[in-house]
Every structure is written in C-alpha cells, then in structure tokens.
Design a protein around this ligand. Sequence first.
Ligand code: PXG
Length: 461
Amino acid sequence: MSVPATHNRTAAWKDSDGRHHLHPFTDTKALASEGGSRIIVKAEGNHLTDSDGRQVLDAMAGLWCVNVGYGRRELAEAAYSQMLELPYYNSFFKTATPPSIELAEKLAAITPAGLNHVFYGSSGSEANDTIVRMVRHYWQIKGQPERTVFISREHAYHGSTMASASLGGQAAMHGQGHLPLPGFEHVMPPYWFDYGGDLSPEAFGLKAAQAVEDRILEIGPEKVAAFIGEPIQGAGGVIIPPNSYWPAIQTICDKYGILLIADEVITGFGRTGHWFACEHFGIKPDIMTLAKGITSGYLPLSAVMVGERVAETLIEQGGEFFHGYTYSGHPACCAVALANIALLEREGLVERVRDETGPYLAARLQDIAEHPLVGEVRSLGLIAAVELSADKASRAHFEPLGRAGTICRDHCLAQDVVMRAVRDAVIISPPLTFGKPEIDCCIEVLGRALDATAKDLGVQL
Ligand code: PXG
C-alpha cells in the first residue's frame, strides 16, 4: 500500500500547494488559514482516497462529470492506445483523425434528431464561447446582423471565460472584471422555491417563461439572437423547472425566430435518466452544449452540437469560420469519449438511472423531506437538491443565506461523503454507478447532518 509514503508527503504537498497553486473559485488566503487543501491521491468506483489514506464517497462525481465512476480500465486503455497510435493531430488544415470522425458520427446518432454536426473544444466554457461566435456569425450570414443579444437566466452557469461568464447569471462572477459584456441579458430563473410566491409550480413555470417573452419585447425581437438555458440549472442550485416551463420557452423562441440553446454540460450523458435532459422536457434545441460526462471527466473534451437550421446556413453560405482551438477534436480525448459512451451503453447505465436508481433516490429523499430544516427536496434521475429553510410554509431562508447549507455540507463531509452546497441547497450529482446502498448511505448521512445542523443553528427538533 502506498498510503504511509503519501502520508509522509501530505504536509509537503499542502505547503507547496499553498505557496504556488492558485485554485479555481477559491479564496487562497482563507484556504491557507483553514489548513490548506485536501490532497486526493486515488479513486476507485465511487470512492476517493486522500493522502491520509481516508476514503470518501463521492456524491458529486468529481465536478458533476465522472458519470461512469472511477478506475475504468477501458477509458485508460483507449487513451493509451490512441496516444501510442497518434497522440495528436489537428483538424484545421483539411485533416481529421479517426476518433474525431467516429465520435462526431456517434454524437449525431445519440443526441436528439436534427443535431447532426459537431464543433469540438476542450471545456464547456470554450464550447459556449464557440456558440456565441457561431450564433452571431449565423445571423450575419442570414442578413440580420443586429441579432446579437443572448438571453439567459439569473443563477445560470455557462463557464468562466469572458463570454461564457457573461452568458452565466452568477452575480458574484459579474461583480469581478466588469461583466457581463454588452449583449447579454438575464431574466428570472424557473426557481419556484425562491421566486414562486403563492403560485403553483406549474403557474409559476409559465410566469418565468413569460419573463423571457417580456424581455424579448423590451429588447426588440429583431435584436435577440438566442435564448440559452441549462435544462436543469446545476451550479445554480439544481433548479428543476416546473413541467410547464420548457414547452413555453420553445413556443416563445419559435414565435420570434430566436435560436434555442440547451446547455447540457451537466445534464447530458445519462444524468437525468435520459441521454439528454431535452428528451425529458420535450424541447428541440437548435444548438446543444456538451462536456463533462462526454468523457466522464477522464480527459477534457467538449462539443457543440449544431442543428440543421444553423449548420446548413453556416455550411452553404458561411465560408470559412475563423474559429477553433489547438485541441479541437483531440484524438485521445475523442477516443476516451467513444469508450465512455460504449461503456454507458454496454452497462445500461442511463436506463438504470431512469428505471431504478433515479426513482429510488426520489423516494428516499421523501424520507428526509419531513425534517424540520428541509423546505423542499427535488430530483430527476441522479441529480438532486435538499433545500434548507427556516420555515417550511413560507419557504423563508436562514440568515445569512448560505451558512446553513455550508454547515450541513460540512457535516456530510465529516462523515466521509462529498456533497456540495449552493446557497442553502445541499446537492448531490453522483456517478451513475451509484446503487441503492450508496443512495441509502447518502440519505442516512444527510439525516444525521441535518440533525447536527439544526443543533448548530439552535433549531429545536
Ligand atoms: N455549462 C454548464 C452547465 C456547466 O455546469 C460549464 C458550462 C463550463 O464548463 P467548463 O468545462 O468550462 O468548466 C459548466 C461547468 C460548481 C461548478 O461549482 C460547476 C461547473 C464548473 C465549475 C464548478 O458546481 N460547471
């Protein structure tokens, strides 16, 4: 076992990490004062091992991405063989590589009908940047160059680059670096718990869709290029829209000729019990963003799926699209994606989430819904949130917002289960290899964490 050796190195790693490594979304000073990073050295199945030899259950699938779980030899071998055969070649200058071609064909086959063309990148942020450039280019070709504005939602997360952070609706991100850029608008999210008031969820879903139409009319429909949304807002707190929302959005986009973009970076590749969440919500996007689960995070890869309406115009009338990344269609990443999709298919993981583990998680969440601290539980497939609230009836928040959720998440971590807190929602989005025992474990850990949180907050149980 390598544990004793790594254990000896933990202090050195932490020290070096603190001195040299700027982490994403991290207050470096606070991290140092809290004792530095936890060093993850290994992972197998659904578990991570840290440098102290401690094992934790990963109910977040890394960062919402390790859909097939850790330690899959097939994926490592796909990367290894491809790297030996052809580690890299680009697709800029009238060249292509077999994995990038085969993956494009496979993605066209498994994504909803009509999405038949692929533009590759390495991250969800890059894919969404690509979309901004591609969509504006499309409208220029169509002779409507004034159509430049993107409409998105508050709490949306579409990435961290200038354009993708502008697409996103994260107030904290916009507060740094003068964002959003001009041409990015944000409307109310379909977040019934916070915004729904006395309306039923279905009535509120229509109201949230109406907010999109109202904004289109305010801006002028002839200036609106596209509406972008995550079918379920993940990093924004697992906001699952009422069923009335997406069909109404589709109708509004169709009415004004506005492109509909579904960002399926989190919801794709089986997360919701469907290959893509659009299938569940009954929408037909013009463009779809894919990343994360496309390779289960084993290598970085993203794809923009382009529908016929846009692709035909770009191809027939667009000429050269002056856009691309060194790693667009990286052969090793594409080979891993193909192996990952083959694994999802062979093991029937998507169907398992739809028929077994998704419904089981939903049922088990009901067991904690009655807890005095819980305002709402929500889930679809294997993505779920437990929303903490100071008062069930009024859905009031604890003050300050975010404290209760963080306390609860920390009590889960203390029991060796990784969950995530967004505001006061405690979130899970585990590998699709989670079975009933792992789900039971999460629910039991959450139950104890809720009790401990109530104690910390001085709430009588
Ligand atoms: N779209 C969505 C819906 C995402 O969730 C991105 C785009 C950007 O992907 P890249 O690969 O550029 O990171 C994401 C990423 C969090 C968290 O704290 C979530 C993401 C990234 C980092 C942190 O939950 N999602």
